[in-house]
Design a protein around this ligand. Structure first.
Ligand code: SF4
Length: 378
């Protein structure tokens, strides 16, 4: 351990971020998959060396919360031993590869992700939020904003290389895809992309070899809770799990592995459905909490002046549309506009409709009770 980020935005295992409840340590499993032994080991580590809470992030990673600085070296040793963190911190920083979570052994997504993982050492230094998306199933499923350099299924039926922010891409052979992604990352750096920060904001014309006219195939819907060809899918309320509940879910469902998704949803491989689910997990598609986002808020985040999730829990079932309760104007839990957004400010909430966190509000200075009453939820 050689220091940690006091406040950053993309924590990694070797560069944890300090939150109100301690350090946050991010784990980025290969292909977004943890074996049964890895997930149970991670739950035990979170209980022993953290505060017992684990986040599922929008990049299909897990975060162990509440780690005391003194516990960090042992925690990292144990994550390395579980093969969940690379012992080489430079390599670990490069594991920003998001894979469509329903890949199958040997399919295009799995092959390309495996080949790119083997090429991590060939990547340049990239901004912290820049990442790769491997989405070469029957149709793309990873939404906008989740990746900067993509391989996805094209409308012509083959895989395409597409830079985020460009509507079309260029056909690429499966076994040439990883090389093309590495080359695109180098072009990004060499053409000044680091200043822009993300591919979508980088206006430089693409090189000829990365420019094509093939549109992505029509997107398919993200996974929903319920049975799945690979097992069972379940939602995670606000992306926040108690490690003990997660371990119970894995053990009682008989899951052989867990796949992470960017939708606060877990895919439990080979699992049977549980009823009831352990607290915090959602079995029903259409559950109101699947339409609700809420960041950790106070007291977990030092930027927050309001508690967020208790309000979201009470309000969500009274709304039909998407809800976002944000501890401050930063809007970490959801970047885009939603039907109803309540943003904390000086201990009260600003209410926006069809807006982002921090947008000019329709009503301001509301207490939680006033907000609930506004939607008939008192
Ligand atoms: S939105 Fe604000 S309060 Fe919520 S986690 Fe982000 S910085 Fe903290």
């Amino acid at each position: 351990m050689t220091g940690f980020a006091v406040r950053g935005w993309c924590p990694t295992a070797w560069r944890p971020m300090l939150a109100g409840d301690g350090l946050i340590v991010r784990v980025r499993p290969r292909l977004g998959q943890l074996s049964r032994a890895q997930i149970l080991g991670l739950c035990e580590i979170a209980n022993v060396h953290g505060n017992g809470m684990i986040d599922a992030t929008s990049r299909a990673n897990l975060q162990i919360r509440g780690v005391a600085e003194g516990n960090l070296p042992t925690l990292l040793d144990r994550l390395v031993a579980l093969d969940l963190v690379d012992a080489d911190r430079w390599m670990e920083e490069r594991r920003a590869i998001l894979v469509a979570p329903d890949w199958t052994e040997g399919d295009d997504s799995a092959r390309i992700a495996g080949q790119l993982t083997a090429r991590l050492g060939d990547l340049p230094d990239l901004p912290a939020k820049v990442g790769f998306g491997i989405d070469a199933g029957d149709a793309p499923v990873l939404g906008a904003g989740l990746a900067d350099f993509r391989i996805e299924r094209g409308a012509d039926g083959g895989p395409i290389l597409r830079a985020e922010g460009r509507a079309t891409g260029v056909p690429v052979a499966v076994d040439a895809a990883a090389e093309a992604l590495v080359a695109l990352a180098h072009w990004f750096v060499e053409s000044g992309g680091v200043v822009a920060g993300r591919m979508a904001r980088h206006a430089a014309p693409l090189p000829d070899w990365a420019r094509g006219e093939v549109a992505p195939a029509p997107a398919r819907a993200p996974l929903q809770p319920g049975r799945h060809a690979l097992g069972v899918t379940c939602g995670v309320a606000f992306g926040s799990m108690a490690a003990g509940a997660l371990a119970t879910l894995v053990e009682d469902s008989g899951a052989q592995a867990v796949r992470l998704t960017p939708w606060r949803m877990l895919l439990l491989e080979g699992a049977r459905a549980l009823s009831p689910m352990p607290e915090g997990f959602i079995a029903e598609a259409g559950h109101p909490l699947l339409r609700a986002d809420a960041c950790p808020g106070a007291p977990l985040c030092p930027q927050a002046t309001v508690a967020t999730r208790p309000l979201a829990l009470r309000l969500a079932r009274h709304l039909q549309g998407r809800l976002h309760i944000s501890g401050c104007a930063k809007g970490c839990a959801h970047a885009g506009p939603v039907d109803v957004v309540a943003t904390g400010r000086d201990g009260l909430f600003d209410l926006g409709l069809g807006a982002r966190a921090g947008d000019p509000p329709s009503l301001s200075g509301l207490t939680p009770q006033q907000l609930l009453a506004h939607f008939g939820a008192d």
